[in-house]
Write a protein that binds this ligand. Sequence first.
Ligand code: SF4
Length: 208
Amino acid sequence: MVANNKTNVDKALKALKDRNIYAEYVDNADQAREKVSSMVSNSSTVGIGGSITVQELDLENLLLNKDCIVFWHWHGTNQEEQDAIRRKAMTADFYICSSNALTLDGKLVNIDGTGNRVGAMVFGPRRVLIIVGVNKLTENLDTAMERIKTKACPPNARRLNKNTPCAETDQCPDCSSPHRMCNVTTIIEGKPGSIDLNVLIVGEELGY
Ligand code: SF4
């Protein structure tokens, strides 16, 4: 994590804009919720990627209050049901998730166990909003990967009861566990051609 200051936020915002990715900053969670409410039309279909940030912002209830149909695989009770929801989320009108890291030169870095979240971030839903707490800002790609492997995966593995080395030690030996969560790694370096990609940086710590 880099110093949580406005200079670094401004650097990341400018870098994203230079990569043709629409980016904005808000100070806090309440403003982030207002932003989401203004961006998503009433009665839209909305997919949600596995995201503690979205959960912390309580966006699902916000969307349901706008009569949106929300596809969030966390509500599936088994693998088959979860995959069916994931597929619907990937063709929703709107997709909301977070990023595991955002570098100061504007690269969005993500790992995924299943791949649905990182897939939907670049193609499928026509509009995508990636919400990034300031704790996700990193200097460069190396520190982004370090953050992901030591700050994001370990708590996620513990939350999901995954039997991975990082869940035990907070360190990553590039495991071959069947529970491995880092199966797909993506770096968004510019606006994907067919979607409207938006990034919202929030001046608070959100997710991990
Ligand atoms: S490769 Fe394995 S140990 Fe490393 S962060 Fe991913 S799940 Fe954890």
